[in-house]
Ligand binder design. Structure first.
Ligand SMILES: [Zn+2]
Ligand SMILES: [Zn+2]
Length: 344
């Protein structure tokens, strides 16, 4: 089968990979219909992802069709449309050697520590796969994964409520998803970024205010909107090789306000205005992954309450993955989300 292999940081190529094996106990083989390219794939490409091992077939934002079902799988049948990656059995632990793959002692995360969905097929443990609502396309279902990350930040961690003023830093796919979800909660949202077309997209999708922090002051508009108090909550969706956004978040949030960090940072330390932070009893908490899973997001998407289609700017065949990563790296062609389509 065709796959896209990142043999080491910086070296990515389309290869003819061995076919995926038939699913064993508790496993299914998936035919990948759509896999969107994530910012963390770019970190992987540059060798900056803290968890990714090499060589690696990346890809974790997936919509697929069940192609074959192993013994002991009762929740899925051939032809079912599913989202998510599940986990991959390691194939070499004692449990796997006795072919009880679903109980693998050392399962890998597809796209990071095991081969992922930049490929035509993928054999995984069936357990964590989620049915895709009929009304959603494969592309939308793939892109739902980062929306679930944003949902955890907005609902699970920030607990955004009606009437609050929320600053969301970053207008990438997660930042824009967080903005839309916070709007659905009834908040007033200020979005920031340094790239004009992304701010434009934020405004089109409902942000009350969009500020280019490389050109404009962020603090006075927030003070104007909040009677001088500051934002009730700040959700950091930038990360990367900088920590200015954390300093800005702590400054922009009101006394006793909350900063939620979603962005993935390259370095393991950051500087914040610690005196103001302490005296004003501000809080910073982290947000990781998507423990609420797909259902709350699929519920919003299935009836059109949340529309993620505007986040999808490019749809390309699998063998254009290297070009897609390059596009995203350069933020060229007004790219937001690129969806790879391995079956075209
Ligand atoms: Zn991702
Ligand atoms: Zn194993």
């Amino acid at each position: 089968m065709k796959a896209v292999m990142l043999s080491e940081p910086g070296r990515i190529e389309v290869i003819e990979a061995p076919d995926e094996r038939d699913p064993g106990l508790g496993e299914v083989r998936l035919r990948i219909e759509a896999c969107s390219v994530c910012g963390s794939d770019l970190e992987g490409l540059h060798g900056q992802h803290p968890k990714m091992t090499f060589p690696r077939v990346m890809g974790h934002e997936v919509a697929s069709v069940v192609d074959a079902v192993g013994a002991g799988v009762s929740n899925l049948t051939v032809g079912d449309r599913v989202a998510g990656t599940g986990h991959r059995a390691c194939g070499s632990c004692a449990v796997c050697r006795s072919h009880r793959f679903a109980e693998c002692a050392n399962p890998g995360g597809p796209g990071f520590t095991a081969h992922g969905a930049y490929a035509e097929y993928m054999t995984v443990i069936a357990q964590d796969l989620v049915p895709i609502p009929e009304s959603l396309t494969d592309d939308e279902a793939a892109v739902a994964q980062p929306v679930c990350i944003a949902n955890h930040a907005v609902s699970g961690r920030a607990r955004v409520e009606v009437g609050e003023t929320v600053l969301i830093q970053g207008c990438g796919p997660i930042g824009l998803s967080a903005m839309m979800l916070a709007k659905l909660k009834g908040a007033r949202v200020i979005s920031t970024d340094t790239v004009d077309y992304r701010l434009q997209r934020a405004t089109e999708l409902g942000a009350d205010l969009a500020i280019n922090t490389s050109k404009e002051d962020v603090f006075s508009p927030i003070r104007d909107l909040t009677g001088g108090a500051g934002a009730d909550k700040v959700i950091e969706c930038v990360g990367g090789d900088q920590d200015d956004t954390l300093r800005e978040a702590v400054e922009a949030v009101r006394s006793s306000g909350l900063v939620v960090v979603v962005g993935s940072f390259a370095a393991n330390r950051a500087t914040i205005p610690i005196i103001d932070f302490k005296f004003s009893e501000k809080s910073i908490i982290g947000s990781q992954g998507m423990p609420e899973g797909y259902p709350p997001v699929f519920d919003l998407m299935a009836d059109g309450t949340l529309d993620v289609k505007p986040l999808i700017t490019h749809r390309v065949p699998l063998d254009q993955a290297p070009r897609a990563l390059d596009l995203m790296d350069r933020k060229a062609e007004e790219v937001m989300k690129v969806v790879l389509q391995p079956q075209t």
